[in-house]
Write a protein that binds this ligand. Structure first.
Ligand code: CA
Length: 252
């Protein structure tokens, strides 16, 4: 039975289909896992389960998931390392299940490229809501490939990210970006105004982050700026925060 969601009141932004995709739930505690599976299946998601980090990575390598719910405390590889491995090949949204505030600190610090987190104990309803929100957001990001180019994406920014094509459009034209430039710019665009340190950018964009190479981030930001400037000489979308790092301009 289709969801009886009322039609969106903004005719120009049809809501993408949420609930049709497959979700990977990685949790070693059976009772928690069952609760999550039940909650997500009631929302119309198809759910696969893994009880260990290595199982999760194997399944994620074989299947195309819409989102991964990932427990931090797993018996073999911890959730942070699982996420870092995932990020080398995929931009699948990841929601962490965390048990301790020290884990929350790491997730919030975005060292590992998580999209969201839920603290245990949580209600299945709360988790479902987060899953829906994150799936919707990632669908909006990829849906731009199928629609004609628009000046503004969902955030009102002149950027559109297409993760499947590794492409970012700026004022409707694709930028010619290296892999690292793509990752850096995509990260900045996801949260305008959020300031990232060089170390955070390095961790998010490089397979083998190395603190001694943080100047490399500066080099890539410099080349990114030059490419953005080629398109719009009057704008500088990337803000430098002296002694800290970089952010994307918020006031568009
Ligand atoms: Ca656990």
């Amino acid at each position: 039975m289709p969801n009886s969601v009322p039609p969106s009141n903004t005719a120009d932004s049809p809501a993408p289909e949420v609930g049709a995709g497959r979700i990977l739930v990685v949790e070693d505690e059976l009772s928690i896992r069952d609760n999550i599976v039940y909650a997500l299946e009631s929302e119309g998601f198809r759910v696969d389960c893994a009880a260990t980090g290595s199982e999760a990575l194997e399944m994620a390598g074989k299947n195309d998931y819409q989102l991964v719910v990932l427990d931090v405390g797993l018996p073999d590889i911890n959730g942070f390392d699982v996420c870092q491995s995932l990020r080398k090949t995929s931009h699948v949204p990841v929601i962490f299940l965390t048990a301790r505030s020290s884990e929350v600190d790491r997730v919030v610090g975005l060292e590992i490229g998580a999209d969201d987190y839920v603290t245990k104990p949580f209600s299945p309803r709360e988790l479902s809501a987060r899953v829906r929100a994150n799936v919707r957001r990632s669908l909006l990001n990829t849906a731009t490939t199928d629609s004609p180019p628009q000046t503004d994406d969902a955030n009102g920014l002149p950027f559109q990210i297409d993760y499947e094509r590794w492409e970012i459009r700026y004022y409707e034209q694709a930028l010619a970006l290296s892999r690292y430039e793509f990752r850096l710019l995509a990260l900045l665009i996801e949260k305008p105004g959020r300031v990232y340190s060089r170390a955070q950018l390095m961790n998010a964009a490089w397979e083998e982050p190395d603190a001694s190479m943080e100047r490399t981030v500066d080099t890539h930001i410099k080349s990114l700026r030059a490419k953005l400037k080629e398109r719009r000489v009057d704008l500088d979308p990337i803000v430098t925060h002296r002694g800290i790092g970089y952010s994307l301009r918020e006031d568009w």
